[in-house]
Design a protein around this ligand. Structure first.
Ligand code: NAD
Ligand SMILES: O=C(O)C(=O)C[C@@H](O)[C@H](O)[C@H](O)COP(=O)(O)O
Ligand code: ZN
Length: 367
């Protein structure tokens, strides 16, 4: 695939809302910020300590070419810090620097930093603008796009949040050089999900290019990120507030989020999505759509990309996982909305799956 244009424009009713830039450095960032016409505005770069140490100063000096006042707020890393207390720290910083509605937040980080910075931007002064500079693979292909922002609450995933679209998404592929292996693999939970729900040829392409992708070769990475972003773009444009089709992006998440909570976030988001995909694929097979060969193929592909397909020696039961799926956000009139596959590349919303059926599917992944 020859990718001539490495920009994707997210639209609403055919009007451009924001651009996703796929680059190999931050050289164009200043001109992207200039387009936002901040004039005498201020910028706060929100990052975490793992990322800030590598990139915060470089980003600050580039943003400074467009905006005279730029500060950095460095958060503790990890899902355990994705909570209201951290949002308060962001509010306090904004208040202390007297940020107003013309000013801007810049999320420099993975999905945790992006979701929280976006939520602070959605709520501070009833909404200010923000930019996403995703630094993890998962954030590049998924969390930086589409405007879902928020925090965990009482360890329930993303229980409090808002839809708030970024003003730009700027991906610099070079920052993946410092991303730890396990975090890199976690991104494939969402990437394989994209192929499974929408695009069989992309799924096949991922499988046949796994070695260059796993060794982070630039050409394969560029194509993969472009194709995943294109799938996410198409879904969020058609249904920005998850009234219908956007729910397909939740494939693997209903069980995945319950596992994430039960494991107290010791497994990464993409790893839990992988386990959730196995359970959802099993249910898709039992409901007569997905073939046994496809079910086995999905498990093999997840393993090929170093993701877990089962869990051993856990202290919780499949029953508790099935029960806690009811606390996620996918309920409608007391019935869970479960995402299943007709076949690889074709997902649908099923409202008939029972708690007992979920429990049995989860039982198969707890060994
Ligand atoms: N809003 C959405 O649509 C959406 C979609 C998918 C996931 N999410 C959320 O995203 C979060 C997961 O995101 P994640 O996987 O990016 O996790 P993360 O933000 O915790 O980042 C992963 C880890 O890698 C480190 N890191 C990130 N980039 C780095 C780099 N370039 N170099 C060195 N270290 C780096 C981080 O400090 C962190 O320790 C979850 O909270 C999930 O719920 C949101
Ligand atoms: O953008 C979406 O829509 C998604 O569902 C993407 C998911 O990968 C992401 O993890 C999302 O946060 C899960 O949905 P949620 O509504 O349960 O938070
Ligand atoms: Zn996800």
């Amino acid at each position: 695939m020859d990718i001539i244009n490495k920009e994707l424009i997210i639209t609403k009713e055919d009007n451009p809302i924001y651009t996703i830039y796929i680059e190999n450095n931050y050289n164009k960032l200043s001109s992207v910020i200039d387009k936002l016409q901040l004039e005498h505005g201020k910028a706060l770069i929100v990052t975490d300590s793992n990322i800030g140490i590598h990139y915060a100063q470089e980003v600050k000096s580039i943003v400074n070419q467009s905006i005279p006042f730029v500060e950095i707020l460095t958060l503790e890393p990890g899902e355990a810090n994705k909570n209201i207390e951290t949002i308060q720290k962001i509010y306090h910083t904004l208040i202390s620097y007297q940020f107003d509605r013309k000013d801007i937040l810049i999320a420099l980080g993975g999905g945790v930093v992006g979701d929280m910075t976006g939520f602070a931007a959605a709520t501070y002064l009833r909404g200010i603008r923000f930019i996403q500079l995703p630094t993890s693979l998962l954030a590049m292909v998924d969390s930086s796009i589409g405007g879902k922002t928020g925090v965990d609450y009482l360890s329930y995933k993303n229980m409090v949040g808002a839809f708030h679209q970024p003003s730009a998404v700027y991906i610099n592929l070079q920052v993946l050089n410092t991303l730890p292996e396990r975090e890199y693999y976690s991104g494939f939970g969402e990437i394989i999900k994209h192929g499974l729900i929408k695009d069989k040829s992309y799924y096949r392409w991922l499988k046949s290019n796994s070695s260059s992708i796993l060794s982070r070769e630039n050409e394969s990475l560029t194509e993969m990120i472009y194709r995943s972003c294109s799938i996410k773009k198409q879904v969020v444009e058609s249904d920005p507030h998850e009234n219908g089709e956007r729910a397909l992006l939740n494939f693997g998440h209903t069980v995945g989020h319950s596992i994430e909570k039960q494991l107290n976030f010791s497994y990464l988001h993409g790893e839990c999505v992988s386990l959730g995909i196995v359970a959802a694929a099993q249910l898709s097979y039992e409901h007569g759509n997905l073939s046994i060969d496809e079910l086995e193929d999905i498990k093999e592909t997840l393993k090929q990309f170093k993701l877990p397909v089962c869990l051993s020696n856990v202290s919780f039961s499949s029953k508790i996982i099935a029960q806690t799926t009811r606390n996620d956000k996918k309920m409608e009139a007391g019935q869970i909305k479960f995402i299943l596959l007709h076949s690889i590349g074709a997902a649908y919303i099923d409202k008939t799956i029972t708690e007992q059926e979920i429990e049995s599917a989860v039982q198969l992944i707890l060994i």
